[in-house]
Design a protein around this ligand. Structure first.
Ligand SMILES: N[C@@H](CCC(=O)N[C@@H](CS)C(=O)NCC(=O)O)C(=O)O
Length: 212
């Protein structure tokens, strides 16, 4: 008999940062209890939540006495906790190769992608500002061009197997491909994305959730 999961994820399924965590957990075969919070569900500005995550954002992971916020820290924690070495290599050089993409996602691609996503999906049609959308679209195209080039010659972002670099980047790539915008043809990016789309866990926690 398997023991019950000790893990709780606080956060709505349509947050790309929650999606990283849920997708990773499914990839490593760990179940969790997820509680809808944030966005339309609210709850994330309540004192009880702020005690766990003082920033009032999702996700937050609870693992018995351990409470972790920041989605990239959560996915690293889970790989360490469950010994998922292929996803988060032990070798310091290989680990740095993965982590540079995680930092780029957090510092650069994530904010640019969020601006584009929010200016379309989270803005009512009558309030959308086309000039802003065009600027955000172009900025995303410039950033995804870098990822496209980096994917030339290997299956995944860092080498030929899935790592945390793919896990943090692909949910944003899903949005990029699904948004109603014009995009340059990025052949390496498309090939990688199609490969990622073959993973049942990505289908369930990212594609299946849709754009909302
Ligand atoms: N850097 C943080 C960002 C967290 C974040 O901004 N989360 C968004 C959802 S993607 C949020 O909580 N927004 C407010 C809300 O959902 O009410 C992380 O990666 O965990």
């Amino acid at each position: 008999m398997t023991s019950p999961s000790t893990l709780t994820v606080l956060g709505r399924a349509n947050s790309s940062n929650v999606q990283k965590v849920m997708w990773l957990l499914a990839e490593i075969g760990q179940s969790c209890h997820r509680v809808d919070m944030g966005g339309a569900f609210g709850g994330n500005r309540e004192p009880e939540y702020l005690k766990k995550n003082p920033h009032g954002v999702v996700p937050t992971l609870i693992d018995l006495e351990t409470v972790v916020w920041e989605s990239n820290t959560i996915v690293r924690y889970l790989c360490n906790r469950f010994n998922a070495r292929a996803l988060y290599p032990d070798d310091v050089a290989r680990r740095a190769m993965v982590e540079r993409w995680m930092d780029w996602q957090l510092s650069t691609l994530g904010p640019a992608n969020a601006q584009l996503f929010q200016s379309i999906v989270r803005t009512p049609a009558g309030k959308r500002v086309q000039e802003l959308i065009d600027g955000y679209r172009d900025r995303n195209a410039t950033l995804f061009a870098v990822l496209d080039q980096a994917l030339d010659g290997h299956d995944y972002v860092e080498g030929n197997s899935l790592t945390l670099a793919d896990i943090v980047l692909a949910p944003l790539t899903y949005r990029w491909f699904e948004l109603p915008i014009e995009r340059p043809q990025y052949t390496h990016l498309r090939r990688w994305y199609d490969l990622i789309c073959q993973r049942p866990a990505f289908q369930e926690h990212v594609v299946g959730v849709g754009l909302s």
